[in-house]
Design a protein around this ligand. Structure first.
Ligand SMILES: Cc1cc2nc3c(=O)[nH]c(=O)nc-3n(C[C@H](O)[C@H](O)[C@H](O)COP(=O)(O)OP(=O)(O)OC[C@H]3O[C@@H](n4cnc5c(N)ncnc54)[C@H](O)[C@@H]3O)c2cc1C
Length: 286
């Protein structure tokens, strides 16, 4: 089946308008449509009403605000990749965006759509989890904030409820921080076989805080929590990085599929985590 079932369509003219439409049953936001439309064609999603948010310019921004990098949900992948301020503070986002799909998908696909799709292979979910970002969700009564580490309930499921809209992602900017993302896929523009993101905050060669995100390998909330615990307070050197990477590989839950067997994916997690940690530390020390 390659044809969506009948669906009504409305273009939201304001966030409030979008929220009122989203309170109706069987309603879905459409942003870039790169994930939702294919799912509708396959009838894996059958909304009765699509609420198009592409006119909501107030949701498309990337800016530094005090000690936070703020990214509007309607920012396109290409916007994040082009953002000098994002790249300056979080090169992990540029690393990840360079490997998300292809230029056509990146021009229209959105940061918010990526997070809300909640595909276990979505690169930005792991990158934002590593950076300990917070999601800002507009609700009928105002707004609420949820750590990205608690945003995904499971595959294709998030905490965004009926009548709600993901509006923004806020990333804390801390001094002495470096970050990196490493991914292996079967070909250019493809989804990850496995990927790892690292955000390290260093103080005189010691790891003050570590964030480790893993993509496509069944890590709970996209996070390698045990490896983060191991790193905190240790020297930022290769021994620590390799041991943390080993812990990350032991604690994730990859599945064998057409992209490779489980042991190969664990091997990738160990190798990519080590590489991401090395690059993050080098960037923190710049
Ligand atoms: C060929 C191809 C290759 C790809 N490769 C990769 C890859 O390598 N790595 C990767 O990470 N991704 C990849 N993607 C996925 C792509 O990044 C996402 O599909 C896309 O960014 C999702 O964003 P969207 O704006 O298109 O979302 P949409 O398809 O519009 O929406 C996706 C879901 O999110 C919901 N939604 C969207 N915005 C909001 C919001 N603000 N609030 C609440 N709910 C919302 C929608 O209702 C829907 O359920 C690929 C996609 C394609 C088509």
């Amino acid at each position: 089946m390659q044809v969506p079932s009948h669906v009504e369509y409305e273009r939201a003219t304001s966030v409030e308008h979008a929220l009122s439409l989203l309170s109706l049953p069987e309603t879905r936001v459409v942003a870039g449509g790169h994930s939702l439309i294919p799912m509708m064609k396959l009838r894996l999603a059958q909304p009765e009403l699509l609420v198009d948010i592409n006119d909501l310019a107030e949701l498309a921004f990337i800016k530094l605000d005090g000690d936070q990098l703020r990214i509007g949900a309607l920012s396109r992948h290409a916007d994040l990749l082009d953002s000098a301020i994002a790249g300056q503070h979080f090169p992990i986002f540029h690393d990840a965006e360079r490997m998300v799909a292809d230029p056509v998908v990146r021009l229209w696909g959105t940061v918010g759509g990526s997070l809300c799709q909640a595909d276990p292979s979505e690169d930005l979910s792991a990158a934002f989890a590593a950076a300990r970002a917070t999601a800002v969700i507009k609700t009928p009564g105002g707004e609420r904030t949820v750590p990205v580490r608690e945003f995904h309930r499971g595959p294709y499921e998030t905490v965004v409820g009926r009548g709600e809209l993901l509006a923004e992602i806020r990333v804390p900017v801390r001094p002495g921080t470096g970050s990196a993302y490493e991914k292996v896929s079967r070909r250019v523009g493809d989804w990850s076989i496995a990927a790892a993101g690292a955000v390290l905050q260093l103080q005189k060669g010691t790891i003050k805080e570590a964030g480790l995100g893993l993509t496509a390998v069944g890590a709970e909330h996209f996070v390698a929590a045990e490896a983060e615990d191991y790193l905190r307070g240790r020297a930022a050197d290769d021994d620590s990085f390799k041991e943390a990477a080993k812990i990350a590989a032991e604690h994730c839950h990859p599945s064998a599929d057409q992209r490779g067997p489980e042991d190969y994916k664990r091997h990738l997690v160990a190798e990519l985590t080590t590489r991401a940690l090395r690059r993050a530390a080098a960037r923190a020390n710049r």
